[in-house]
Design a protein around this ligand. Structure first.
Ligand SMILES: [Zn+2]
Length: 284
């Protein structure tokens, strides 16, 4: 009866796909911190308020481990309603956009929609690591404790386990990966997704809304990352070319974002043209 249904949601100010930034003087755009929010209900779908449960998140940033105790907050009214769907279990990303990623975990088949998170905590969204990756990422910049190389800023990736203690019951929810793999399943799909986003960027340039480009460019960068992964399934002779094109797409997206920030529409157009040429070079 009191067995809890746990819904985990996080609204994070960085995007879904991983963006690896190459130089220490060019850190990832966006905040270094985000907010982790968690939805908790009982099996009847009634929200479990802060005084009725304690919530802990165990985050693993590829070796950097953080245990976060969430603070109870006044549930916001009128937020997005999360409907996990009946019969689902485990963690999933249900929403990704420019400044939020929402994760949902279902621990009970009798799941019901939940309207408001009652717990939250701030978590890092940027970590530091050198290219050797011989030591776990660090929350703070500086030199690698192992080899002394300068560590670079990277957009955070992590897995999470969440426990909710309510009365004598403890529920453990596993299976979260941030960012979630929501990417395209084939290079052709990725190319299509990129082209769609380039069309959106063209519209933003035309309407003078360059500030909106960054979030769309991030989606293109994410798709390029997926292409790198999908390249492994291509014929051996093709892999290096595909990988190079994908990396060039990511680099061009970074240039595009800079041009957008500088409010330089001409350079934005050039970057988009270059991106279209790179996409056209991908295998069909
Ligand atoms: Zn090192």
């Amino acid at each position: 009866m009191t067995r809890a249904l746990v819904l985990l949601s996080s609204a994070l100010l960085a995007l879904a796909p991983i963006t690896i930034v190459r130089a220490a003087d060019d850190p990832p755009k966006g905040p270094t911190e985000g907010v982790l929010r968690i939805y908790v209900t009982d099996t009847k779908g009634e929200p479990v308020a802060g005084g009725k449960a304690s919530v802990t998140a165990y985050l693993d940033y590829g070796g950097l481990k953080k245990t976060v105790t969430l603070d109870p907050v006044e549930p916001k009214k009128g937020g997005d309603v999360k409907d996990p769907g009946a019969g689902k279990h485990g963690g999933q990303v249900v929403k990704t956009d420019d400044d939020s990623v929402e994760l949902l975990v279902v621990k009970d088949a009798a799941s019901r929609p939940v309207a408001a998170p009652a717990f939250e905590a701030r978590i890092p969204l940027v970590v530091y690591q050198d290219s050797m990756k011989d030591a776990p990422p660090s929350e703070t910049p500086g030199s690698c404790p192992k080899c002394g190389m300068a560590m670079e800023a990277h957009s955070a990736t992590f897995s999470a386990v969440v426990t909710v203690k309510s009365g004598e019951h403890t529920v453990t929810a596993k299976g979260f990966h941030y960012p979630a793999d929501q990417g395209p399943k084939s290079i052709a799909d990725a190319a299509k997704m990129i082209t769609g986003n380039l069309d959106r960027i063209d519209a933003l340039i035309t309407s003078g809304k360059l500030a909106g480009i960054r979030k769309v460019a991030k989606k293109v960068t994410g798709a390029s990352k997926t292409i790198v992964n999908l390249a492994a399934a291509r014929p051996a002779g093709e892999q290096a070319t595909v990988k190079k094109a994908a990396e060039d797409i990511a680099d061009t997206c970074a240039a595009l974002t800079k041009s957008a920030k500088a409010n330089n529409a001409d350079d934005c157009k050039k970057a988009v043209a270059r991106l279209r040429a790179l996409v056209a070079s991908l295998p069909k």
